[in-house]
Design a protein around this ligand. Structure first.
Ligand code: IDP
Ligand code: MG
Length: 149
């Protein structure tokens, strides 16, 4: 067992399209535990820190405009191998190529507006969870049915 915490963002398109509930359900139904959840408007500063690795990319300006355009819902989720499990539930970056049954594959058509963010490694997950959540916003609790998932 490798218990991990990772960051999920329901990006502005998910909120605008009224898909937050269905997207969050994918993670809950899989058996991941929500340990943090909040709505926020990402400002330029937070967007810049979150997407620092992409600063030189040609799509960076569009990405920053998109992520700051409207509120998002941030989740911290916990589970065995959660980083990889979340990435698999999301599907690949381009929704046109993402498999059916994945969030991006089922709900998306646009490369920038691809519904969700998920940390891409354990190191990213630790950095990104801390970027979006203060320690007191993360909750330790037991799921009574955990042994069945
Ligand atoms: P990921 O979200 O699957 O980890 P990254 O390569 O980290 O993908 O890119 C971050 C985000 O930037 C993507 O989720 C998407 O919103 C946007 N993006 C990535 N590549 C492109 C591109 O080629 N054109 C436009 N937007 C892109
Ligand atoms: Mg990424």
């Amino acid at each position: 067992m490798s218990m991990q915490r990772t960051l999920v963002l329901c990006k502005p398109d998910t909120v605008q399209r009224g898909l937050v509930g269905r997207v969050v359900s994918r993670f809950e139904e899989k058996g991941l535990k929500l340990v943090g959840m909040k709505m926020l408007r990402v400002d330029e500063s937070l967007a810049g820190r979150h997407y620092a690795e992409h600063v030189e990319k040609p799509f960076y300006a569009d990405l920053l405009a998109f992520i700051t355009a409207s509120p998002i819902v941030a989740l911290a989720v916990e589970g065995d191998n959660a980083v990889e499990v979340v990435r698999n539930l999301m599907g690949v970056t381009n929704p046109q190529k993402a498999g059916s049954g994945t969030i991006r594959g089922d709900f998306g058509l646009n490369l920038t507006m691809n519904l969700v963010h998920g940390s891409d490694s354990l190191a990213s997950a630790q950095r990104e969870v801390a970027l979006f959540f203060a320690p007191e916003e993360l909750h330790d609790y037991e799921i009574a049915l955990r042994k069945w998932t």
